[in-house]
Design a protein around this ligand. Structure first.
Ligand SMILES: [Zn+2]
Length: 473
């Protein structure tokens, strides 16, 4: 996002203090920029095309389709995805653990018989903070007009072979590097039947106690000709919840007194993705959408967001409704169906590069700070305090941020060294929002933590159960 209004807001907000403006602060060491720029440049439109073509070649990948055929149906498709992750693992000396995470679903509204829902998961183990994860996903399954039709041709080229191909390609590119934190590449099933694959994996992640700093779910990433008549290959949408749906009544009550309706963990992740696009992905601008997902529709980031994990949906800006969830046909000269021709692979390359750059930056960065608290009511300056993260050896310092409450982006920041407390001289706590991130020696920055009691519990998949101090009048 680079709107004129945000630039103006930044200038206004920064005026009284000699803080760094966004442009001036883009001073990370060249090494970090060039490593991420290299990741962005390494993403291949040709490999995305090859993967989408291969996935379309399974005829249908409907969740209830044949699982025994070697050439058609979701069984063959998921075995191919597993084999592809295995090939990527072999090419990096076994740096990926590849396995299935499955569960039985049904009878359910769109799954009439008990059916095994099978996800394919590949984990690139971190080098130092191995219990911390970022996760990226695409969907294996496809559908046509009738969501229960499991036999007719359902190519699902854009929905969601494109998103899954992006996940495979991110794995190819990122496995050439080693990261402090762990990275998960997930191919999820049964999205169209009710988000079941994501529910199974999110619950599994919670049961395993993973600390999750971000979930990027690739929606459709290849359509550039929208049903709205717009052709656009230079923007991507990032959808995020304003606040976690599982916040406690105490948290809700506290938030009403301290603010933060647009500052939940998923929204901070969306802002991070937005900044990564601005800094590293040429020709792609992020349009943050302040919604969990499209109006009334579902996506596979939602099961993770439901449990309170930071999770966003990354996808094309202009959808084409003739080319999704449609039988392949021509009506009145209009071509319907989610076929290969509808996918723009250079556009899919840019969104995949955004995913990969985001995961690289988060995984080279230290863990985010803990126990971030804001104070300063009735005083001439806001005071932010925090604690070091678990892997504080990786922390070179902290970066504090502030913005006007009506700005969508963190427009102002200052590096404060290894201090764990900062006084915002001259900034009244009532008038701004504040946050803090950890920064590595190389300049890689964690996701920002907004002050409040729930964040770290949520990243660990636990309910926020810390006691809340009563507010003073
Ligand atoms: Zn769909």
């Amino acid at each position: 996002m680079r709107s004129f209004t945000s630039v103006v807001a930044a200038l206004l907000a920064a005026a009284p203090l000699a803080a760094q403006s966004p442009a001036a602060a883009a001073t990370s060491p060249a090494a970090s920029d060039s490593r991420i720029a290299g990741i962005v440049a390494a993403v291949s439109a040709d490999r995305l095309r090859a993967d989408v073509t291969r996935l379309v070649g399974f005829g249908t990948r409907h969740t209830l389709s044949d699982t025994l055929s070697q050439s058609r149906g979701i069984g063959a498709a998921r075995r191919w995805v597993k084999a592809e992750f295995d090939r990527i693992a072999a090419a990096c000396g076994g740096c990926l653990d590849v396995f299935y995470v499955s569960g039985m679903v049904g009878p359910a509204p769109r799954i009439p018989q008990p059916t095994e829902i099978v996800n394919v998961v590949a984990v690139q183990r971190g080098t130092s903070d191995t219990g911390r994860y970022v996760l990226m996903s695409g969907d294996i399954d496809s559908r046509i007009s009738d969501v229960m039709n499991a036999t007719d041709s359902a190519p699902g080229a854009n929905d969601n072979a494109s998103g899954l191909a992006g996940t495979l390609e991110a794995a190819r590119v990122l496995t050439r590097h080693r990261f402090a934190g762990s990275i998960v590449y997930a191919a999820l099933s049964a999205e169209e039947q009710g988000l079941y694959g994501g529910q199974i994996l999110a619950k599994w992640v919670q049961e395993h106690g993973w600390r999750v700093t971000g979930v990027l779910n690739n929606g459709m990433i290849g359509n550039v000709q929208g049903s709205d008549g717009v052709t656009d290959s230079s923007t991507a949408r990032v959808f995020s919840d304003g606040t976690p749906p599982n916040e406690t009544e105490q948290e809700r009550a506290r938030r009403r007194l301290t603010g933060g309706e647009v500052d939940g963990v998923s929204r901070q992740l969306a802002r991070y993705v937005d900044r990564i696009a601005d800094r590293y992905v040429p020709g792609l601008d992020v349009w943050m959408i302040y919604r969990l997902d499209r109006f009334g529709r579902g996506g596979h980031h939602r099961p993770f967001a439901d449990l309170g994990y930071p999770a966003v949906r990354v996808m094309e800006t202009h959808e084409n409704y003739d080319r999704q969830h449609q039988n392949i046909r021509v009506d009145d000269g209009v071509h319907y169906g989610d076929v290969l021709d509808g996918v723009n692979f250079d556009y899919a390359r840019k969104i995949t590069a955004l995913d990969a750059a985001t995961m690289a930056a988060l995984s080279w960065a230290p863990a985010p700070p803990r126990a971030v608290r804001l104070g300063g009511a009735g005083q001439p300056a806001a005071v932010l305090t925090w604690s070091a993260p678990e892997d504080s050896a990786d922390v070179a310092g902290y970066r504090v941020y502030w913005r006007r409450t009506d700005s969508p982006t963190w427009d102002n920041w200052e590096d404060v060294g290894t201090a764990t407390r900062h006084v915002f001289t001259g900034r009244i706590v009532d008038n701004y929002f504040f946050g803090v991130a950890s920064v590595s020696r190389e300049g890689y920055e964690s996701v920002l933590v907004f002050p409040g009691p729930g964040d770290e519990a949520r990243r660990a998949g636990r309910p926020a159960d810390q006691p809340v101090r009563p507010a003073s009048p």
